[in-house]
Design a protein around this ligand. Structure first.
Ligand code: AMP
Length: 397
């Protein structure tokens, strides 16, 4: 894997694809700077080597049209503050103006190009547009994991103009390493905790990871499709009856591959999908009509705890309850705590793809797990076993 550490940027212009798709408030101020901070080490490395950095990103969905409210000029000050170097801005990403700005850029300086998606050619992966972008740099660096699953001009197509002068930035390299640890190199026992609302959205992931894990913990809304498929009563819980056969076949495949599946045994059931609902602990397969399971029950959490604390490698994707409502957040918080404890004891833990990332941030576990992925869709596709085009493009010669 070729990373930025394999290059010396002295006197070179690095064309860096970053993910600066950050939220802005009504005054066009950046309200969450995480993504900018995440790109900082890569930018600093280029500058400290004695090179210059040309940053390119998208912001929002302008649908191929310039739209002032989605101009990356709004984030220039925030980037300057975070990197600690005044960032220059050019109000186009290709053409004469960009050419001039690039030619005037000196070593140690940073130039931010205007929103790539002001051109429809970006998302279309247009080869000519990619070539125009490629002119700006001597070395191409991809550090945008969040868009690595898209074959866009700046994330994938542009790489082919750089021969062997292309590499992963630190952030993208960290994401790849974290996935590799869970899927290939991690110590056993390896445990995947899959939650979230529906089986249908996780099926490809489950099928892909069964070969790589020892334990599969299933939680959240997915639970009830499995329970019902086995003949249990799930009351009004979220359920996909048309996926019953699929659920049973997953359980069979897991058995054949010696993967231990841990399904909830009890749940916090509620008489409405509301934080003010009445609640009762019920066995997972005997939920009464008019009631729905919205969180993991106490016995379930004890089982999950034991499995998680015995694990050496942990993947968490999807909450085990409706954590957005305080009354049903305890299971997800408990799972976060067990993972934090296991990590403290030396396990590697990756939280990625789906709402478990939001939960980890909301409940303050971010610094207590080994790695929290920055890419939702990209992480899901990686867990599904797909080779992301943005990653493949760097690996190709
Ligand atoms: P995902 O994006 O697949 O990780 O799904 C996350 C969503 O699943 C969250 O919004 C949770 O509220 C929801 N969820 C988790 N458990 C349940 C449940 N028992 N019933 C309904 N929704 C759930």
């Amino acid at each position: 894997m070729k990373t930025i550490d394999d290059f010396n940027f002295e006197g070179k212009k690095a064309l860096i694809r970053v993910d600066f798709n950050v939220p802005l408030n009504e005054a066009f101020e950046v309200t969450d700077t995480n993504r900018i901070e995440a790109a900082k080490p890569t930018i600093i490395k280029v500058l400290e080597d004695g090179g210059s950095a040309i940053l390119m990103s998208h912001l929002g969905r302008p649908k191929g049209q310039p739209s002032p409210e989605l101009s990356l000029s709004h984030i220039c000050d925030a980037v300057s503050d975070i990197i600690g170097v005044e960032v220059k801005f050019v109000s186009d990403c290709i053409g004469k103006e960009a050419e001039e700005a690039v030619s005037q850029l000196e070593d140690g300086e940073i130039l931010l190009l205007e929103n790539l998606r002001f051109y429809e050619e970006e998302e279309a992966g247009d080869a000519d547009f990619a070539k125009q972008l490629a002119q700006w740099g001597d070395i191409y660096v991809n550090d945008a994991f969040g868009t690595a699953h898209r074959a866009h001009a700046s994330t994938t197509v542009v790489a082919s103009s750089f021969g062997d002068q292309k590499c992963f930035g630190y952030l993208l390299a960290k994401e790849i390493k974290a996935i590799e640890t869970v899927m290939e190199t991690g110590k056993k026992p390896v445990t995947a905790i899959l939650g979230g609302a529906k089986v249908s959205s996780k099926i490809t992931i489950i099928e892909n990871i069964l070969d790589k894990i020892d334990h599969l913990i299933i939680g959240g809304g997915m639970t009830y499709t499995f329970v019902k498929a086995r003949g249990g009563k799930v009351g009004d819980s979220i359920c996909e009856p048309d996926k019953a056969d699929l659920a049973l076949s997953i359980l069979e495949k897991a058995k054949a591959k010696n993967v231990e599946v841990h399904l909830p045994v009890d749940v916090i059931a509620a008489d409405a999908f509301s934080n003010d609902a009445q609640t009762k602990v019920m066995p997972v397969d005997q939920i009464e009509a008019g009631w729905q399971g919205l969180d993991a029950g106490p016995e379930t959490l004890e089982i999950f705890k034991k499995v998680i604390l015995d694990s050496k490698t942990i993947l968490w994707n999807g909450p085990v309850g409706v954590f957005e409502m305080e009354q049903f957040s305890k299971g997800t918080i408990a799972v976060g705590n067990y993972i934090a404890e296991a990590t403290d004891k030396g396990a590697f833990s990756l939280v990625g793809g789906g709402d478990s990332v939001a939960a980890v941030k909301q409940f303050g576990f971010e610094s207590q797990v080994s790695y929290v992925s920055t890419g939702g869709g990209a992480m899901l596709e990686s867990l599904e076993g797909k080779v992301l085009p943005g990653i493949a493009a760097i690996l190709e010669d």
